[in-house]
Design a protein around this ligand. Structure first.
Ligand code: SAM
Length: 222
């Protein structure tokens, strides 16, 4: 099978199990209209994030890489009334679109978009000693994944879930000789996790409307 099949199957799954969602559809339309790159998670992947956050009983969610707020809406919808989502974004234009989308989704009260280099925002959060997050979704510049993961470990608690997106790099993640910074970063992430006794983790390859890719799930040990 190849891309047309993956598209058809994703369309079928999303039609059956995600359904028509005017809020998410207008969030995507607003992001497209603002010229943002079309690199948000797919609807069925967004719902996976939502289900993981629900399963986790997450009350505090941290996202690294906001774009137009599409995945943030899915995640924030899993929060209880007193829950919070903080999402970190470098590009002020992306952040502005995301704030608009989160407000239109009725989530302005629970979701905050913080502009700046995620590495800097994460350092500040560690320095402030903020309450631990129950779930962290890492989906920004891939070369920085090891740094983001290390910070996520400092910002979570036993039982927290850390998700890292786009870890397959078209298969190049298995290439030890790659000099592509995203591959080097993703391999360093796996080496870091492998050597880290405080987490248990797996990575899974996927196909779908976004092509061939995959994600890492890591649970902070209890
Ligand atoms: N999670 C989003 C979704 O699925 O809807 C998609 C995020 S997109 C793949 C990655 C985002 O990370 C972009 O908006 C980009 O501007 C942002 N980004 C890139 N480098 C960054 C950095 N150093 N700090 C914070 N955000 C960054």
């Amino acid at each position: 099978s190849s891309q047309p099949t993956w598209d058809a199957v994703d369309a079928y799954f999303s039609e059956q199990l995600v359904g028509h969602d005017p809020v998410l559809e207008s969030a995507t339309a607003a992001a497209d209209a603002a010229g943002l790159p079309k690199i948000a998670v797919a609807p069925n992947q967004g719902k996976l994030l939502h289900l993981l956050a629900l399963t986790q009983g997450a009350k505090r969610i941290l996202e690294v890489g906001t774009l137009g707020g599409y995945s943030a809406i899915w995640l924030a919808r899993a929060l209880p009334a007193d829950g919070t989502l903080l999402t970190l974004e470098l590009d002020p234009r992306h952040a502005e679109v995301a704030r608009g989308n989160l407000a239109a989704a009725g989530l302005a009260g629970v979701a905050e978009v913080r502009v700046g280099r995620a590495a800097d925002s994460l350092t500040v959060l560690v320095e402030q000693g903020v309450e631990p997050f129950d779930l962290v979704f890492i989906d920004a510049d891939k070369p920085s994944n090891p740094e983001y993961f290390r910070r996520a470990l400092q910002l979570t608690r036993p039982g927290s879930l850390i998700i890292v997106d786009n870890v397959v790099r078209g298969g190049a993640v298995a290439d030890a000789d790659s000099t592509d910074p995203a591959v080097v970063g993703t391999r360093a992430l796996h080496e870091l996790i492998a050597a880290e006794p405080t987490v248990t983790a797996t990575s899974v390859q996927t196909v779908g409307s976004k092509g061939y890719d995959g994600f890492t799930l890591a649970r902070v040990r209890g």
